[in-house]
Write a protein that binds this ligand. Structure first.
Ligand SMILES: Cc1ncc(COP(=O)(O)O)c(C=O)c1O
Length: 403
């Protein structure tokens, strides 16, 4: 296996595009869980779910092993299947559209708005007109900037489609009305990820919020093998009791599900992290503002999103760099950054360019805005523990290398 970055490159102290913030309280929370009786399927899972549901103001939350698992379950619960399609953005992590493939549905893509890098309501409407079998729309709140959900919901309602928001980047982001992403006011479900570079972390982990009780119950089943333990919905209630006494062991596998459970150890970390979410988002926002100010006079480097700076959780800080005008290439530029201790990243290669999706007939040229962004894209370091001094050194290095 070979990385594209030169392995012989001397490593200085690395500043990466993203990383977690873990403090002593987080460590203690995990240690306390390890000393408790319950490592999984215990009280910390429900407490974590309630903490997030309460924070975003949703009725229900189901925590799972990853954002990808959450997207898979959400696609199934939303009704994605072999007879229909799921529409999302080409500028996302492959997990969003892979969820369609897992469910047997056709993955489809709508081009982005070049100012937000989010799926554009106009292209969503265009794709829905072309493909009346779109059942699920998955807007991705790219880098933490919420999509125009009011417009997208209106279009979805008119086309009998349901919405699963991919908010992997957007825990702590707000809609323009000030309410939190995840409240499902504009969607059937919202999906979060807790990978270490995200707003908060559980190591690996994901979560779905919804206000729909039937969906909530379906998600609980899908998370654990399709097993239902709620006595009010047993399909064979006669097996659930003996002479009027409930059979305490009884449960029913009612459909095919998965083992997508998250542990109490992870949820203990998540609960502790949630106490700091507001400060994490505030710090990311301050760093984004500092970058914005530093690049405002540059012709070669510009923030790639120039809307909603005060409502985004700033999971990423994506810029557009005119590498050609700077007399370089992105590969050469990233290698130079790496040699000087800064690991930038590219989010994302358009999913429609991936060989798997090409083989399924995706025509990458159909998404010119996504491709134009990709050609110039770079994500700069942004995370809680990035100091002003470190950020200043990153800015100085970028401006130096761009001449
Ligand atoms: C937009 C988006 N969706 C989904 C995922 C999948 O989340 P996870 O890594 O927790 O499975 C990611 C992860 O990076 C993501 O960025």
């Amino acid at each position: 296996m070979q990385s594209n970055l030169n392995e012989s490159t001397p490593i200085v102290t690395m500043i990466s595009y993203g990383r977690q913030h873990i403090d002593e309280d987080d460590i203690q929370a995990v240690v306390d869980c390890l000393r408790s009786n319950t490592l999984t399927q215990g009280p910390k899972v429900a407490e974590f779910e309630q903490t997030i549901a309460h924070y975003v103001n949703a009725r229900f939350a189901v925590a799972v092993s990853s954002g990808t698992a959450a997207l898979h379950m959400a696609a199934l619960a939303a009704g994605a299947n072999a007879s229909n399609a799921l529409l999302t953005s080409p500028i996302t992590f492959v997990a969003t559209s892979n969820a369609a493939v897992y469910a047997g549905a056709t993955p489809l893509f709508a081009d982005i708005d070049p100012h937000t890098l989010n799926i554009s309501p106009a292209t969503v409407a265009k794709e829905l007109a072309k493909h009346p079998n779109i059942r699920v729309i998955s807007p991705v709140h790219f880098a933490g900037l919420p999509c125009d959900m009011v417009a997208i919901k209106k279009i979805a309602d008119g086309a009998n489609a349901v919405i699963v928001e991919d908010a992997a980047h957007a825990l702590g982001s707000r809609y323009p009305d000030g309410s939190f992403v995840g409240n499902c006011q504009h969607s059937l479900m919202t999906v979060f990820s807790f990978h270490p570079v995200k707003s908060i972390t559980t190591g690996e982990g994901g979560l779905i919020t919804t206000n729909d009780e039937a969906i909530y119950r379906k998600l609980l089943r899908l998370r654990s093998h399709g097993i239902n333990k709620e006595s009010d919905t047993f399909l064979a209630p006669e097996n659930a009791e003996t002479d009027g006494i409930p059979n305490p062991w009884y449960h029913e596998m009612q459909e095919i599900g998965f083992h997508y459970r998250i542990t109490d150890i992870q949820c203990a970390l998540g609960i502790s992290q949630m106490k700091k979410l507001d400060s994490f988002v505030a710090r990311r926002r301050a760093l984004a503002m500092r970058y914005d100010a530093a690049f405002q006079d540059s012709k070669l480097i510009q923030p790639a999103q120039n809307r909603g700076r005060d409502i985004s959780a700033h999971h990423l800080y994506p810029v557009r760099i005119d590498f050609a005008a700077a007399g370089t290439t992105r590969a050469a530029f990233m290698t130079k950054l790496h040699r000087r201790g800064v690991t930038a990243q590219v989010h994302y290669i358009p999913v429609t360019m991936q060989p798997f999706y090409q083989k399924r007939g995706c025509v990458n040229a159909d998404y010119p805005k996504a491709n134009a962004y990709y050609d110039q894209a770079l994500s700069l370091p942004i995370y809680m523990d990035l100091t002003n001094e470190e950020q200043d050194s990153v800015i100085a290095l970028l401006l130096e290398l761009l001449g």
